[in-house]
Ligand binder design. Structure first.
Ligand SMILES: [Zn+2]
Length: 271
């Protein structure tokens, strides 16, 4: 199995996004003037396993509009085709895409993909809800043209500390697990690498490893309690299995993956 970090540009978010106030001010801070944090990468992931090439998320595109709390910095050259070419991969070889959740910086790259696309059924219901429709219109963040992923159920029983899961590969070494919080139907993808370690492609479960250890809900999660409960589940999973934790926007994710590939000890230290 080989996992590639792909980068389709960067996003700059307000500090109030990364370090929200508690209570009623949690989401208000997103829309008020305030300082901006340093740019963060927009990662998606390619997994080569058993002769099959899969993507987890598809990154952002250059046409994406900014929102009051996030500025996208993406050029056409850095969109999915360029990001894959930089990793020595060809888009035509992709046979399946798994989406962690429905935000633009994870799904907009689907305009480049003709393969089968999978999404958690709960996330697809959320995408279709009146609240999500209104937010997309207010923030001018439409779904990419032709957005029609196939829903799947997390009906494969428990996986490690996660109550609900679904095998993505036939041999069960690539598994979707339930990580609600950032969005109601958010999933993460855990790959069991050739050394038996778990590589967790965590989407926006948190923005960083630090946020995970701090058990700090983000500013966009509809219910912070659900978000924090998921973080506790992830930490419980780490306690059972050496895990390399790779959020989509963690500036250290790519180095963490590269380090884990060359040194088993790095991975164990991180977990
Ligand atoms: Zn997101």
């Amino acid at each position: 199995m080989k996992i590639h970090a792909l980068t389709t540009g960067t996003v700059q978010v307000k500090r109030s996004f990364l370090f929200p106030k508690q209570g009623a001010q949690r989401q208000l801070g997103l829309f008020l003037p305030g300082p901006w944090a340093d740019p963060l990468p927009i990662h998606c992931w390619a997994i080569e396993h058993d002769g099959v090439l899969r993507l987890v998320d598809t990154g952002e595109t250059a046409v994406a509009r900014n929102v009051p709390f996030a500025r996208m910095e993406v050029t056409r050259e850095r969109e999915l085709p360029g990001a894959m070419a930089a990793a020595g991969l060809a888009l035509d070889d992709v046979s399946e895409v798994v989406l962690t959740h429905s935000h633009g910086d994870h799904v907009d790259g689907l305009v480049h993909v003709r393969a089968r696309v999978l999404i958690n059924e709960a996330e697809l219901r959320f995408v279709s809800s009146p609240t999500a429709r209104v937010m997309r219109r207010v923030l001018r963040q439409p779904l990419p043209p032709g957005f029609a992923p196939e829903p799947f159920a997390l009906d494969g029983g428990a996986f490690g500390a996660f109550q609900r899961s679904r095998a993505i590969s036939d041999d069960g070494r690539i598994v979707a697990v339930d990580t609600p919080g950032h969005t109601p139907g958010h999933i993460s993808v855990i790959c069991i690498d050739d050394s038996g370690r778990h590589v967790m492609l965590a989407g926006d479960t948190t923005d960083s490893l630090e946020q995970l250890h701090s058990l700090r809900a983000d500013a966009v999660a509809p219910d912070p309690k659900v978000h924090v409960a998921t973080m506790k589940t992830i930490l419980a999973h780490f306690a059972k299995y050496p895990t390399i934790y790779l959020p989509s926007h963690d500036p250290e994710s790519a180095a963490r993956l590269a380090g884990a590939t060359t040194s088993a000890e790095t991975a164990v230290a991180i977990a």
